[in-house]
Ligand binder design. Structure first.
Ligand code: NOJ
Length: 978
């Protein structure tokens, strides 16, 4: 081991410095990335030239070819700067109204990477057959529904309109620039002893000397006057050889009718994206998408983080439109507001074709459907994975795991999953147990599984380069490892395991083999993980990929992947392939596939189909606690609903108050996991002193009572794409007062509104109520009344209090028996909280299935609607109906219900599960009687209070019906006679 690499690894392992701060010098700013610098300079020249600026790109009308069915058109595009270079443009409109715009260089010296969409999309989208492109003198256009796409010829400009109003404009500012491939101008070639950077391991280099261009450059007004980092680029001690030369892509995308934009995760920023350009921008650098392992990242920054989803929503009270750019290379995005009603963005990518999807909306729900139509919906995860996950770096032995489990049980704290970080693996060779500390991995896992619990074990992508490690040896033998820039041999870099190599998951030859490793039974054809069980699921970390001695802590961009593509072309997709394949591996370990759980740190568009993500190495600060919520919301609107941030903060030792608040945040994240750095003090919740310990126990129990709400929300997300956590603009798209809100949000369609507290010493807070409706405090049943134009209310928020409300009009199903793990709740009875709205009605639903298999796809589930309606003035009827029955073959929320029978196997397995309590909030008066329809009087209690139908605020009237003896799987009605 070379001393400098050892030091590098050690410095990451040793104690966290007192002042936590990102090592910004490890990562490029825009001005340090040649193509971003060039892209921004282009936009600066355009701004200086004002109206004199004209895009050199135009569509060659004579080349327009429209397919016989008129649904697709292609045309040549030219740049006045390079008349000999040819570009091709193609537009098509999908059946759901999404417009796909592709542009590529044609017959160039080389080929641009064009496979990003193939990795992200679920299928080739179906093209609308109802579209007819018509070409005129100045443009070619297609009208469909209320929408119209217009492609102006000169300069090239593409506009999506709705009702005649511009929604999305491409190249309206003239910043489109596809740098074509060119030959490097060479004056002479001489051979010299080079002085390679040691970590590059470069051999003597043949150096080419670039000829100086003396005559005036007529293209300088557009491209600038120098070959700025065209052929080689240095950063810190690294040199990127850039054998393909300049190939960046710049395009401006404007939203003339939209003042707020959201998305392009992952960044530690507000949900409504602050500006990076124009007057007084919040950030001076553009938002960067370049998957990176950013140590101690900032709580407010446009810097890149671990995952990238090039998806953006542009929103106004009238409409929402969206953009998805299928782009795998590094991309920077500038955001500016021309006025408070319009937004301009500028996308600058290092390589790849233009492959833009314009999603016409017009509502956020439509955008979610359109994006899901392209890249798929989020996975319906195993039910247990919505419980509490206990992690730390590291539980040091199998006995340590058993002791931690015992302590949870002694304190009656619920937990579903225990995690093992990298130290379980001998020499960080993943899969290979450290025999000394984990001599009995199967027994340990079985001990955990005895109470229905699971284990999650880490498998990182860096494979230690040693022949006694089957994962490396077999990958090397199969020649499926990423190659160095020469394209020969195996790329070697440093990570936890020392000298390591990485599997090239772009190579299909790696797929079946990788999946075979996770089998728990022996195989004659290769190594399998026989020392594991099917109760072990997987954590994929460091898959950006993180390379300790690489440029920007990652892989050199000139490394070579399958098909000869450079790493720069696929960097942002790379991490997704690792976790997708791992997810498939876990799914197919058994003959009957079971639902996998795989947590990934790196992700891309499409990752939502495979598993969960978390926000990486957050700091134990209040700022990080707050931004974690914003990041989870942003990931959700880009598809990654199954998201969470490390409870407690990865770095640091949170004081008890902070830890309690962090658990309050965590239980309202879709993914709930406590995790901590190896240097932190132990902080499992049972270690807290009272009253904090009791508080955290109550918080965890609250999460478990709400598992029916979470699972029902996940079902909906898994078929519609509407995120589990719903920010205000998603719920109330027409209310501008909610557009900036990102510290309170709704959970699915349940009607639950939460505002977790993320400030020290808080005793109260304000909550925004967006409508003239009753919102009931979940715990006290206090009825708050909103206003048609929105209203802020003040509520108590001492440490034991969580601002959590039920929106009038909702019925919330919970299971309130404390249990030690979620599988133990299978036969537990339900409580229904019926929160009447101002009209005296309410509705809700619950979805249940076995939580682990795919039998729900064959109709094995229970899906009930609950409805409360006023019948005349004198009674309220509360009923349960089957949401799937009576409609065989019909699709509900996109799910074909073929095969569903009310008496299916799963429903039979929970046939005795009762509703044990019904709480009705906001009745107008004391009931005269409460009966099951066709049955006798029930046992009930009534406390007088504020009625939902009045204008009053204060303690709501509460009717509690005890054990109505109705079952969850059957239809029933309860009649409340007033
Ligand atoms: C980095 C991850 O972000 C962190 O969660 C993990 O504990 C360490 N790697 C060690 O595996």
């Amino acid at each position: 081991m070379q001393p400098w690499t050892l030091l590098g690894v050690l410095s990451l392992l040793i104690a966290v410095p007192d002042a936590l701060a990102v090592k910004s010098h490890d990562f490029k700013t825009c001005s340090q990335a040649g193509f971003c610098r060039r892209g921004r300079a282009l936009s600066a020249r355009a701004a200086d030239a004002k109206s004199a600026w004209k895009s050199p790109y135009s569509l060659d009308a004579s080349s327009i070819a429209i397919t016989p069915n008129k649904a697709v058109f292609t045309a040549g595009v030219k740049s006045t700067l390079y008349p000999d270079i040819k570009f091709g443009l193609e537009l098509r409109v999908h059946e759901d109204g999404v417009v796909r715009v592709r542009m590529d260089e044609v017959d160039g010296l080389r080929k641009r990477y064009d496979e990003a969409a193939a990795w992200a999309l679920i299928a080739e989208p179906r093209i609308s057959q109802d579209i007819a492109w018509t070409a005129g003198k100045k443009d070619i256009r297609a009208k469909y529904g209320n929408n119209e796409v217009v492609v102006a010829f000169e300069p090239l400009k593409i506009t999506l309109l709705r009702g005649g109003k511009e929604q999305v404009v491409l190249n309206g500012q003239g910043l489109l620039h596809m740098e074509h491939f060119r030959a490097k101008a060479v004056a002479e070639t001489k051979t010299e002893e080079a002085d390679p950077a040691p970590e590059q391991g470069a051999e003597d280099a043949e150096e080419q000397v670039v000829m100086e261009v003396k005559e005036p450059n007529p293209r300088a007004w557009f491209e600038g006057d120098s070959e700025d980092d065209w052929w080689e680029e240095r950063f810190s001690t690294w040199t990127d050889t850039k054998p393909k030369g300049p190939e960046s892509l710049s395009i401006d995308i404007s939203f003339p009718s939209h003042g707020t934009i959201y998305g392009i995760p992952q960044h530690a920023t507000r949900l409504a994206l602050p500006t990076t350009a124009g007057d007084a921008p919040t950030f001076t650098d553009p938002y960067r998408l370049y998957n990176a392992d950013v140590f101690e990242y900032l709580a407010s920054s446009p810097m890149s983080l671990y995952g990238s989803i090039p998806v953006l929503h542009a929103h106004s009270a009238d409409s929402t439109v969206g953009i998805f750019h299928a782009m795998g290379s590094e991309t920077w995005i500038d955001v500016a507001h021309a006025s408070n009603k319009s937004t301009q963005t500028h996308w600058i990518s290092e390589s790849g074709i233009l492959d833009l999807f314009l999603m016409p909306g017009p509502t956020p729900a439509d955008i979610f459907a359109q994006y899901a139509g392209l890249t798929g919906t989020p996975v319906l995860p195993p039910h247990w994975s919505l419980g509490y996950h206990q992690c730390r770096w590291n539980y040091i032995s199998s006995d340590d795991v058993r002791t931690v489990q015992k302590r949870f049980d002694e304190e009656d704290m619920p937990v579903d999953v225990f995690w093992l970080d990298i130290e379980y693996a001998e020499d960080h060779k993943y899969f290979m147990w450290d025999q000394k500390n984990f001599p009995d991995p199967v027994d340990m896992t079985n001990d955990v599984a005895a109470l229905g619990r699971k284990m999650v074990v880490i498998v990182d992508p860096h494979l230690k380069r040693t022949d006694n490690y089957p994962a490396f040896k077999e990958a090397s033998d199969r020649k499926v490892l990423v190659k160095p820039p020469s394209g020969e041999g195996e790329y070697e870099g440093w990570c936890w395991s020392g000298s390591s190599s990485w599997i090239d998951f772009f190579d299909p030859n790696s797929w079946d083999w990788w999946m075979s490793l996770f089998k728990t039974t022996a195989s004659k054809t290769g190594w399998t993980w026989t020392s594991s069980t099917t109760d072990i699921h997987i954590w994929n970390d460091m898959n950006e990929p993180s390379v300790f001695n690489g440029p920007e802590i990652s892989m050199p961009r000139d490394n070579i992947h399958y098909g000869g593509w450079e790493h720069r072309d696929v960097h942002n997709i790379n991490g997704m392939l690792f976790s997708n394949l791992t997810s498939k591996a876990v799914q197919h370990r058994t003959d009957q596939p079971t639902r996998p759980f795989v947590l990934t740190r790196s992700f891309f568009a499409g990752s939502q189909r495979f598993g969960a993500m978390w926000t990486g190495d957050n700091l134990g600060t209040w700022e990080h606690m707050a931004v974690g919520i914003q990041m989870v919301l942003a990931n959700g609107i880009a598809g990654m609903s199954f998201a969470g941030s490390d409870v407690g903060g990865f770095f640091g030792n949170p004081e008890p108050e902070m830890l309690v608040r962090w658990y309050q945040v965590g239980i309202f994240n879709p993914f709930l996991r406590a995790h901590a750095h190896i240097d932190t003090k132990r902080r499992e919740p049972f270690l807290l002193e009272q009253p904090y310990k009791g508080m955290v126990k109550d918080i965890l129990r609250l999460r478990y009572t709400m598992l029916p709400v979470w699972y029902t929300a996940f079902r909906e997300t898994s078929v519609t794409g509407v995120p589990v956590l719903r920010p205000h603009y998603v719920m109330f798209p027409k209310d501008p007062k909610g557009f900036d809100l990102d510290d309170q949000y709704f959970i699915g369609a349940s009607g639950l509104l939460v505002k977790p507290i993320t400030t020290k010493g808080a005793t109260e807070t304000t909550v925004y109520l967006p409508e003239d409706e009753v919102y009931y405090d979940y715990f006290t049943h206090h009825a708050h009344r909103g206003a048609a134009k929105g209203k802020e209310i003040s509520v108590q928020a001492a440490l034991h209090q969580i601002p959590l409300f039920v929106r009038g009009g909702s019925i919330v199903p919970t299971r309130e028996r404390p249990r030690r793990s979620s599988p133990l709740m299978k036969q537990d009875p339900f409580t229904l909280r019926v929160a009447l709205n101002t009209k005296g009605s309410a509705k809700g639903e619950v979805y249940l299935d076995d939580g682990v298999s795919y039998k729900h796809e064959e109709g094995q589930f229970v899906w009930r609607a609950f409805t409360a309606e006023a019948v005349g003035k004198k009674s309220v009827r509360l009923s349960s109906t089957d949401l799937a029955a009576g409609r065989p073959g019909e699709a509900v929320d996109g799910v074909a219900l073929t095969g569903y029978k009310a008496a299916n196997g799963f429903a039979e397995s929970v046939r005795d599960v009762r509703v044990e309590k019904v709480v009705v909030l906001g009745l107008s008066g004391k009931p005269a009687s409460v009966k099951v329809e066709g049955g006798g009087e029930l046992v009930w209690e009534y406390t007088a209070g504020v009625a939902a139908g009045g204008k009053g605020e204060g303690a709501a009237s509460v009717l509690t019906i005890k054990d109505p003896k109705v079952r969850i799987v059957e239809g029933w009605a309860i009649v409340i006679q007033l």
